[in-house]
Design a binder for this molecule. Sequence first.
Ligand code: DC
Length: 226
Amino acid sequence: MLQKKITIAIDGFSACGKSTLAKDLAKKLNYIFVDSGAMYRGVALYCLENNLIVEGQPLIEKIIEHLNHIRLEFKTIDQQSLLFLNGKDVSTEIRENAVANVVSKVATIKEVRQKLVSEQQKMGEKGGIIMDGRDIASVVFPNAELKLFVTADTKIRTQRRLDELKSKGIESSFEEVEENLKERDYIDSTRAESPLIQVADAIVLDNSNLNREEQLAWVLEQIEKL
Ligand code: DC
């Protein structure tokens, strides 16, 4: 096993188990885990709460003016990583459909990305971090020692997200979740500002037919080879 604390960047489509993998790896390696998508969701929630989204469209200029009032912090409580927005725990609210439906649009705004990328880079200054998202290997940590690009079949991803929402008490239909995943994947991979891409030195993990333990074991094998 590695002596030095490295940086692990995990990118991929929506709901393909990136955060689950990142959490499992962080526990195993005793590293910091950061779900960067939660931060974009936190900004989207702030926008919804402050009427900065009208008929599903973000009011870009106004959102930029508000950016200095948006304070996001992760706190670990009872071994769970919770997201606080301006001092309030919003970990459950950011998973609601209302947020999922607008977050990709909010994440296209250059100034939003600049703010969050700079905060993410600060979190990773000392290494020993595992971050998952869409632009982690390409923009946030281009020098990460391990870059993973995670993918899985759309129907399998939909079922996993549906199960996750159910476990949080959030009701949704298969069709609604599938539609949302497809729309977000499209926006995330075609936007002008740091779109989701598979960088040249990324290792691809298709976990369609792997369970949680199997995917963890596979990644640990990759780490052994570094
Ligand atoms: O990982 P997630 O599904 O919770 O992310 C929510 C949205 O945030 C996703 O649709 C795109 C955006 N996002 C992003 O643009 N860049 C990241 N590093 C992480 C998420």
